[in-house]
Design a binder for this molecule. Structure first.
Ligand code: SF4
Length: 439
């Protein structure tokens, strides 16, 4: 049987798709690149923003036509069915199965049931952690891998739907995580990214390693050459974790630390648990421990009650920090969340205007920072061939910047030294240096 998986959303979702894929591959299914060539199409969904939800429903309209034409089985997984529960089967009566994020380990069973014309729906959530333990299979020689260390979130930021669809925080046993990394290293992985909605609170209050201790254990594993983690919450970024950036040599010089707003009033309404000054103090501590650390973040504009002064505070924060990259979005209300019932919504047009202003400032900063790297020598982990040229390789620096450079395919998986010759808005161009990387 042939399957196709489409994904919407974050790295956690991408990782879930790899788990779904592994479970089907192990069962003897074959992955195809186009829905039209598949016997079963699975759409893994995201409901964090309205736009992703709209895109999903319009894709399902197209897949319904495919099903009518070819009899393709259709499955929906992830956050939207978890939110809608049984209503998903009423909204999309033509789907053959649906699983929430905590039930994706049942995907093979769901496809088999669908083949017998029995519709499996499973949206069990908080208690079920079986999906957390599925280990995605990766091809031998793949240089980097993601490892889920926890699921869910206890923070209840007022705009965010994650706690309602991914449930409360649940951490994996550290011994299980370390064993998974050992297996990955044996298959050739050199860079590991520890994944969770809020990795900083890994094992909070439990009788196992804290997150900094887990990082330290991974740092001591032979074969691991680079460590990353995502995502961090500023209020849970402890001094011990900040110190890791100065003491663990394999921890890459990059942190993704969403600030969401530069206005204390809006941060309070968002229930973020820190002020703009406290956020900046944490960045100062990080820079003191690791002066070349790259900082990226997320930011929302047009949150209910955001006036000109609040937006100005966000602009000031962005201009003063000079992020290496920024993911910025217009606020969109999500049902069940506290913010959905807040008054003083910002007109869409005004939100769009603010977003454009913010993005144009950030784009200039990112380009400037990338240009400042011209002439420097950096370590790059080669991830594969560039999408834009069959003669070029692509990889990332320790600061997580994309570098493209001419080179042979057999360098994939290697750490090489590259001189940056050009900095663009979203990537760097380099020339490979023959010497061994020694910085
Ligand atoms: S920390 Fe806040 S924004 Fe992040 S997943 Fe949890 S509730 Fe959502």
């Amino acid at each position: 049987m042939k399957y196709y998986v489409e994904n919407f959303g974050c790295q956690m979702n991408e990782h879930d798709v790899e788990k779904i894929s592994t479970l089907l591959l192990v069962a003897g299914y074959e992955r195809v690149r186009e829905p039209s060539g598949a016997d079963v199409v699975i759409v893994n969904t995201c409901c964090v923003r309205e736009k992703a939800e709209q895109k999903f429903y319009s894709l399902m309209g197209r897949l319904r036509t495919l099903k009518r034409r070819k009899g393709t089985l259709l499955g929906v997984t992830g956050c939207i069915p978890q939110l809608e529960k049984k209503d998903i089967a009423e909204k999309l009566p033509f789907i053959d199965f649906s699983l929430g994020p905590s039930s994706i380990h049942r995907v093979k069973e769901a496809v088999e049931s669908a083949s017998r014309k029995e519709r499996l729906l499973d949206f069990s959530d908080n208690g079920c952690a079986a999906s957390l333990h599925v280990r995605p299979q990766i091809a031998v020689g793949t240089p980097k891998a993601f490892i889920t260390i926890m699921k869910g979130c206890d923070n209840y930021c007022s705009y965010c739907i994650v706690p309602y669809v991914r449930g409360r925080e649940k951490s994996r046993q550290s011994s299980d995580i370390l064993e998974e990394i050992r297996v990955l290293v044996d298959r050739g992985v050199r860079e590991v990214t520890l994944l969770g909605q809020n990795v900083n609170s890994y094992n909070k209050g439990q009788n196992d390693l804290s997150f900094p201790k887990l990082l330290s254990e991974v740092n001591s594993m032979s074969g691991v050459e680079r460590i990353r983690f995502v995502t961090s919450h500023p209020k849970d970024l402890s001094g011990e974790l900040i110190d890791c950036f100065g003491s663990l040599e394999k921890l890459c010089q990059h942190i993704h630390l969403p600030f969401q707003s530069g206005s204390d009033k809006i941060l309070r309404l968002m229930n973020r648990g820190y002020t703009a000054d406290e956020y900046k103090e944490k960045l100062d501590l990080l820079k003191n421990r690791c002066n070349n650390i790259a900082i990226t973040a997320d930011c929302i504009v047009g949150f209910p009650g955001e006036d000109e002064k609040d937006f100005e505070a966000t602009m000031m924060l962005v201009k003063s920090v000079r992020f290496d990259g920024l993911f910025s979005f217009c606020y969109s209300p999500r049902k069940l969340t506290q913010a959905a019932s807040l008054p003083d919504s910002v007109p869409r047009e005004e939100s769009m205007h603010r977003l454009q202003e913010l993005q144009s400032v950030q784009k200039a900063v990112t380009s400037e920072k990338n240009r400042a790297l011209e002439g420097t020598k950096v370590e790059v982990l080669v991830e594969g061939m560039s999408k834009n040229s069959s003669l070029e390789l692509t990889g990332r620096t320790r600061s997580n910047k994309i570098v493209n450079f001419k080179g042979d395919r057999n360098l994939v998986g290697e750490l090489v030294k590259v001189e940056i010759v050009k900095g663009y808005a979203n990537s760097l161009k380099g020339t490979r240096l023959k010497e061994v990387y020694d910085a």
